[in-house]
Design a protein around this ligand. Structure first.
Ligand SMILES: Cc1cc2nc3c(=O)[nH]c(=O)nc-3n(C[C@H](O)[C@H](O)[C@H](O)COP(=O)(O)OP(=O)(O)OC[C@H]3O[C@@H](n4cnc5c(N)ncnc54)[C@H](O)[C@@H]3O)c2cc1C
Length: 376
């Protein structure tokens, strides 16, 4: 029964970011911390992208950054200028390496891999993590595992398969990220391709669906990517796949944990995902910095979820999505077409003011939004 001052469940984006920020504030100089993860190793498994609207600690882990991005629908293309808040992408492998190198130098931090957490609970004196027959005790537990989490909301997922592709021959690739290319079948849900240029003849292509299933078959994602390469990029020859990732981001939030005071959910488990878009990375960075500040000032540690305002607006957006389904792409497209880039990016990055929010709301199809607003 090992006892630590802190336990972090999950050595993913939020768990490692939190450990890094706490270590940077010397919070493990005289306190111990265990980071427990079921994974056996750290491989490149994600590309985290965001508009650079909030400072974080991982700029040396960037793989690329851009001053423009695009949105596409049938014959229409909008190119948006984001010079003042670049679209940037972080390579998870660089991110894991940077953090693990940093944490390794502190003997008070123990990384426990290949250990699946079955249960987290607390009693009067301490919080407890149970992994099979093994028990770990702590004063406080930060949890980023989604296991055993429940929701009261309708389950909707942004699920995708993405791969970095290298073409053997010259091909006319887009110059900027296309964050949504709706030139594909919608199949009565929302479907788009997301592409990031990665160099000469190299591109990251993600086949993304928003639907009520957690994922589709691997074969389906691949077949649709092949179709996109042949028909949308007009490349009919062989290509190599360098790297691939698969994911499913919940577009709903989990029930809050009122029962436990020593358990703080972080990351996606801490409801830091924007339900309307799936963007989470920057919210995580902001939240873990705040937690580290609070601990260093000996203040209460609170879960910092997406604010009530964005949650409220996202809930309406999700209701509209459930109603419009196959034609929802028009709403997404209009959002980018009818608004200034600054306003959209601030809205999507949780930094807009009420006036900017209002402009965004007014660019949406009014009747259906008012109906959903009034719960009709
Ligand atoms: C492939 C992918 C790409 C994404 N891209 C973006 C993006 O571009 N921009 C953006 O803003 N957001 C993105 N997201 C959403 C979000 O930023 C990421 O999911 C992010 O990794 C969330 O961090 P997290 O710490 O909550 O979860 P994770 O990073 O998934 O970490 C959770 C960790 O907990 C471990 N774990 C889970 N259950 C247990 C258990 N029972 N016992 C022990 N360990 C456990 C897992 O192994 C994992 O290491 C993406 C998500 C995915 C899946």
């Amino acid at each position: 029964m090992e006892k630590f001052d802190y336990i972090i469940v999950g050595a993913g984006c939020s768990g490692l970011s939190l450990a890094y920020e706490m270590n940077a504030k010397n919070l493990f100089n005289d306190k111990t911390c265990a980071i427990i993860d079921k994974r056996k190793e750290f491989n490149r498994d994600k590309i985290w992208s965001y508009w650079n609207i909030y400072e974080h600690s991982f700029y040396d882990c960037l793989i690329n950054k851009w001053d423009k991005f695009c949105v596409k629908k049938t014959q229409n293309e909008i190119i948006l200028d984001c010079e003042n808040f670049q679209y940037q992408s972080i390579d998870s492998q660089k991110f894991y390496k940077k953090i693990l190198d940093n944490l390794n130098s502190n003997k008070n931090i123990k990384l426990i891999l290949n250990k699946s957490v079955d249960k987290i609970y607390e009693n009067k004196d301490e919080a407890i993590v149970q992994c099979g027959d093994e028990i770990f005790r702590s004063d406080i537990i930060f949890n980023s595992s989604l296991d055993n989490r429940t929701t009261k909301e309708s389950e909707l997922f942004q699920h995708f398969y993405g791969c970095e592709i290298v073409f053997d021959e010259n091909v006319n690739l887009p110059e900027y990220p296309i964050i949504m290319d709706f030139n594909c079948s919608q199949d009565n849900w929302v479907h788009f391709f997301y592409t990031l240029p990665m160099g000469k003849n190299k591109i990251f292509i993600e086949n993304t669906w928003i639907s009520n299933t957690k994922n589709f078959t691997f074969e389906r994602y691949i077949a649709e990517i092949n179709y996109y390469i042949q028909n949308n990029l007009n490349y009919k020859k062989k290509y190599k796949t360098n790297y691939s990732e698969i994911g499913s981001i919940p577009m709903f939030h989990f029930k809050n944990n009122v029962k436990y005071k020593k358990l703080i959910n972080i990351g996606t488990a801490g409801n830091l995902t924007r339900k309307s878009t799936g963007y989470t990375f920057l919210n995580i960075q902001k939240s873990v910095k705040q937690i580290a500040i609070n601990i260093s000032k000996k203040q209460n540690i609170k879960e910092t979820s997406v604010s009530l305002k964005y949650n409220y607006l996202d809930n309406i957006f999700i209701k509209v999505l459930f109603e419009k389904k196959g034609s929802m792409y028009e709403v997404f497209f209009d959002l980018f077409k009818k608004n200034k880039t600054k306003d959209i990016v601030k809205f999507l990055s949780n930094t807009s003011n009420w006036f900017e929010d209002l402009k965004i709301i007014l660019s949406m199809p009014k009747l259906i939004f008012i109906k959903k607003l009034l719960n009709l």
